[in-house]
Design a protein around this ligand. Structure first.
Ligand code: ADP
Length: 338
């Protein structure tokens, strides 16, 4: 499976080991689970595939996991690809013509599908027709193929980048939110059991608190804490051990990593608190625009450390406070932009 550039190989392996295998293991996102269960039940009763599903929300919140759970619940085969992996119309045609009745096609990073591919997808989603042009120039002709009934599940971190004709072709759209502290604690506890790590309750709380309320991050931090405990030869992993391990990684009390702080510092020092566009921020910090937008920004927005305005991102008063920098900017100029 193609993965996003910032998801390291180690994360992919960890994701696979710890990925929930049943609804009961899938913690939180209760409304989405309820809605999906109804959708699945109804489709089963009608012996039809479920409608196309669009899942969106920041990375690591469980979109891929949901797609797997839906397939499992339906007893369907899931075929996995991603927006950037489908480069040519022929790639998509090959994927679609290889589907069997009832299959699920999962397209990750759907916002990175090119427009030509999207246009082939529309009739495939709507009426299960695949229109392909064979040949070139005057002898070119269009072939129309009937596809078996299938369900497309698309996932994206940036719904705004999906064209509206594509968005409108999904029967249901769900937004995944950051998890609550208690949910992340449950995930950490479950993962610790799976990885054979014994954690004190206080350690579970500490890891969850610094996890950006994101399951993938929580699992990664758990692994780092385990490594630290192993090297330091501590048997009982409590909050003190976890804190030390996470401080060594420069993950602060709120879960901010060095890159988060660098982004905030850049907005404050180089752009006088903003507003600054994504492109300029990426250039000034040598980070990829997509990495900022998909990984860092959603959590900084969630914590209220940055705000998005029509003219770009601004660092809020809270960001100054978090970094211990005095806030001399006239606030009226910021609020008027919101
Ligand atoms: P996304 O596709 O949104 O980037 P994934 O579905 O790949 O996220 O989830 C990343 C990892 O986080 C999974 O492998 C799983 O271990 C864990 N995870 C995600 N959501 C949940 C959840 N609701 N309950 C338990 N673990 C979860």
């Amino acid at each position: 499976m193609e993965t996003t550039p910032w998801v390291k190989n180690e994360d992919v392996v960890l994701d696979q080991i710890l990925r929930p295998k049943s609804w009961s293991e899938y913690v939180g996102q209760e409304k989405i689970k309820q809605n999906l269960k109804i959708l699945i039940e109804a489709a089963k009763k009608r012996s039809e595939p479920i409608e196309h599903v669009l899942l969106y929300g920041p990375a690591g919140l469980g979109k891929t996991t949901l797609a797997h759970l839906i397939a499992r619940e339906l007893g369907s085969t899931i075929k996995i690809t991603s927006g950037p992996a489908i480069e040519k119309v022929g790639d998509l045609a090959a994927i679609l013509t290889n589907l069997s009745a009832g299959d699920i096609l999962f397209i990750d990073e759907a916002h990175r599908l090119n427009k030509l591919i999207e246009e082939i997808l529309y009739p495939a989603m709507e009426s299960r027709m695949l229109d392909i042009v064979v040949g070139k120039g005057p002898s070119a002709r269009t072939l129309q193929l009937q596809l078996p009934p299938f369900t497309l599940i698309a996932a994206t971190t940036r719904i705004g980048m999906l064209s509206s004709p594509l968005r409108s072709r999904f029967g249901v759209t769900f937004r995944l939110n950051f998890y609550e502290q208690k949910d992340v604690e449950q995930i950490v506890e479950h993962s610790a059991k799976t990885l054979n790590v014994t954690l004190a309750k206080s350690a579970v709380e500490e890891i969850a608190k610094r996890s950006r309320f994101t399951p993938r991050v929580a699992n990664r931090l758990l692994k780092r804490v385990r490594d630290y405990a192993q090297v330091k030869e501590v048997d009982q992993i409590d909050s003190g051990v976890s804190r030390k391990a996470l401080e060594l990684l420069e993950i602060d009390e709120s879960g901010l990593e060095p890159t988060d702080r660098r982004l905030l510092e850049t907005i404050i020092t180089k752009f006088d608190g903003g507003p600054v566009g994504l492109q300029s921020l990426a250039a000034a910090t040598s980070e990829e625009e997509s990495t900022i937008a998909d990984i860092y920004e959603p959590f900084l927005l969630q914590l209220g450390l940055i705000a998005r305005t029509g003219r770009g991102r601004i660092a809020t008063k809270l960001a100054y406070k978090h970094l211990g920098v005095s806030h001399q900017k006239d606030d009226s100029s910021q609020t008027s932009l919101l």
